[in-house]
Design a binder for this molecule. Structure first.
Ligand code: SF4
Ligand code: SF4
Ligand code: FES
Length: 238
């Protein structure tokens, strides 16, 4: 197996070629914040929270999709990166309607946890208060577009793991949103198997069980890793 050597912060590492900077950092116990990335799904580099600095380059790179290369010198926690991460989180909060006190995911929300991590005690940007709808047409689940941060985890898990491809990203710019089927209500999309995987991986309270009330939703993105491991090792075969 070919390996490359690199340095991340003050850790000297040797990793197989093709390893991403995020994987290399995690193997070394170095924390890089992520939001759109989820082990087991394809990486789309949508949120930009995992940006890192490379010595010798002004360009910031998304650690979840950048392959480690021989001799790289990577920095994951600099004042510039901390400022960018805080701004990214502020943008996500101000572009939607995240009213944590009445949210099903309050206390169990990855966006909320990241706000704490990056030190966002208030937003320096104006709130946009967009007018967005809620889809309660599905028998078991709901989708509140006000809390959606367009990470596309639901799109990818439904397509890549469940094979149903119920979700897509529709429209453009400020009107961009997750759509079910060809834009029909979720409950009218026959392709949905009611598996609940999209709800489990949603990092906010955007996708939820209809029976959940404030603070009750607990997503379980780690179940995806268990499922992928079982598939890889064909553990359900007799
Ligand atoms: S419940 Fe399952 S099949 Fe239905 S949209 Fe979610 S992931 Fe896709
Ligand atoms: S509904 Fe949830 S999982 Fe889907 S894009 Fe929005 S925030 Fe991400
Ligand atoms: S986790 Fe890398 S861009 Fe979102």
């Amino acid at each position: 197996m070919s390996v490359c050597t690199l340095r991340i912060n003050d850790h000297d590492l040797a990793v197989p070629l093709g390893t991403t900077l995020l994987q290399a950092a995690r193997q070394a116990g170095i924390h890089i914040p992520t939001l759109c990335f989820l082990e087991g799904l394809s990486a789309v580099a949508a949120c930009r929270l995992c940006l890192v600095e490379l010595e010798g380059s002004d360009r910031l790179m998304a650690a979840c999709v950048t392959a480690a290369a021989e001799g790289m010198r990577v920095h994951t926690d600099t004042p510039r990166l901390r400022e960018i991460r805080r701004t990214v989180i502020e943008l996500l909060f101000t572009e939607g309607n995240h009213v944590c006190a009445v949210c099903v995911a309050n206390g169990h929300c990855e966006l909320q946890n990241l706000a704490v991590e990056v030190g966002m005690d208030h937003s320096r940007l104006p709130y946009r208060f967009p007018q967005r709808g809620v889809d309660l047409s599905h028998a078991q689940y709901g989708l509140d577009h006000n809390r959606c941060i367009l990470c596309t985890r639901c799109v990818r898990v439904c397509d890549e793991v469940e094979g149903a491809h119920v979700w897509d990203v529709g429209w453009r710019g400020e009107h961009c949103q997750i759509i079910s089927g060809l834009g029909e209500p979720w409950g009218d999309v026959n392709a949905c198997t009611h598996c609940g995987k999209c709800v489990e991986v949603c990092p906010t309270g955007a996708l939820f069980h209809k029976t959940d009330t404030s603070e009750e939703k607990q997503g379980h993105p780690e179940r995806l890793q268990a499922l992928m491991h079982a598939r890889t090792h064909q553990q359900w075969n007799p």
